[in-house]
Design a binder for this molecule. Sequence first.
Ligand code: DX5
Ligand code: ZN
Length: 216
Amino acid sequence: MLQNKIIVSPSILSADFANLERDIKRAEAAGADWLHIDVMDGHFVPNITIGVPVTASIKKVAQVPLDVHLMIENPEKYVEPFANAGADILTFHYEAVEGKNILPLIEKIKSFDMKAGMSIKPKTAPDVTYPYLESLDMLLIMTVEPGFGGQKFMPDCAEKVKSIREKSEDIIIQVDGGINAETGNICKNYGANSLVAGNYVYKSENINEAIKSLKF
Ligand code: DX5
Ligand code: ZN
């Protein structure tokens, strides 16, 4: 059964890194369900952000599950380190998996008691995900090119949510990139039930209102 509840996962990439604990607590107090942690390696995407040690430090202060989005090459190498750091949901990119050994990677993530997520970039067709939907806990549809916060939402990408929801009622479908109340609604209408938002949450005047507007 499709969950009615919308899981809001603020992306801390738009938080103030010098005041991360404060900004995490702000998001939690405002009703964040998860915290979205964007891990970038400078290879899979041009940007470099945060990695294992910062994730482990966040785990010490966060109350809600850590939703870790790996935008890195060789994701299989980092399953155990991120499990040890306290990731609760670990999402890799379909495009980053060598030889498309995807099922063993999903099994590995689950063997560490994490939820397994897979993400596709804007140019990747939704069909490639179909063989894995049964095994995955979550599918993350990128609605911008991964790499940076604050980009413009791509409506064509959001349409992919519809085809995936037709194939699976149960899977969590998350969208990430340029999400605000309006674009979030478009995605929810297509069947998404988890919204990531960076700039919209952290650059808003009222974080409570921003998170609420994504949920309802
Ligand atoms: C982009 C990241 C996103 C980013 C979203 O590569 O995966 O999670 O932080 O930021 P906004 O919501 O500002 O587009
Ligand atoms: Zn992300």
